[in-house]
Design a protein around this ligand. Sequence first.
Ligand SMILES: NC(=O)c1ccc[n+]([C@@H]2O[C@H](COP(=O)([O-])OP(=O)(O)OC[C@H]3O[C@@H](n4cnc5c(N)ncnc54)[C@H](O)[C@@H]3O)[C@@H](O)[C@H]2O)c1
Length: 291
Amino acid sequence: MTNRLDGKVVLITGAGSGLGREASQLFSSEGAKIAVVDIDGDRAEQTVKLVQENGGDALAITADVSKKDQITAAADQTAEHFGKLDVAWANAGVISRGGVPSVMGGEQVLFEDLTEQDWNDVLGVNLTGVIYTAQAAVPHLKANGGGTIIATSSAASFLAYHDISFYSATKAGVNGLVRGLALDLGPFGIRVNGIAPTHGMSPNFLMPAGSPVVGQSYEQIAGPWEPFHSPIPLKLNRPPNLLANAKTPLFLPPDDSAYMSGSVVNSADGGTLGRVGIWFPEDLDQPNPNA
Ligand SMILES: NC(=O)c1ccc[n+]([C@@H]2O[C@H](COP(=O)([O-])OP(=O)(O)OC[C@H]3O[C@@H](n4cnc5c(N)ncnc54)[C@H](O)[C@@H]3O)[C@@H](O)[C@H]2O)c1
């Protein structure tokens, strides 16, 4: 039986934890060779070990995506080691300072108190890092006669969340970049798409750098799963997880999505983005009691 990604060489940034780690294992189980890129070299090595334990082929590369020379060297090293590059997944991302303080018990930072450094930190990884990753990959994809670029955006690029406006702005930038690059790179047979996760994602994202990798989603570690207590409109008898998010882009590299480019897909939102925000009274012809 052939696997969906047999013979593909896939570079994934931020692959030392969370979605990138899960995707490395999934894509490897589908036959791909994986360049596991992360700013944290120990995490990258751990992911490679997990892939290898399952019989896969992976290479750990330590690189900071916000540094053009580092991610360029990572793409070059990948192509040299595996002989080519088919897929670059720009997945590394960080939350902006003060983000989601109520969840983590951290300090809230007012928007007007966020600094130029705070903006540059989140911009550098989440948007500039995606640009640099794509730039590093394109010469190899062109040499290959085509390929796929995937970017990890976020539901925060479509929805408002408290305290993460900087983050949301960078992710909305990613969506714009996906559309622009799809246009510019289409003539070279390079497809560019994004995924916008929300539920089933990594709690490490809100934890300090270097924390042990949890490997389960927010919903999985929150205790017994009660679908009707969850804000997710879709009611399933299992919580959303990292694998659900990793599986969505699995159809982006192969021919399954041969004519898809310039799209940003919500990977495991369970209908959250389709929620109706307005409350309609059951009895519309009765006078409003609050009027
Ligand atoms: N976890 C969430 O709640 C959530 C929700 C929606 C979207 N996302 C996005 O998903 C993507 C993956 O995040 P995750 O949830 O798996 O988080 P995570 O923190 O578990 O993993 C992110 C990895 O990226 C690495 N990294 C951070 N900065 C880097 C840099 N400059 N260069 C290279 N690697 C770097 C980290 O070391 C870490 O291993 C990110 O783009 C994030 O914005 C996350």
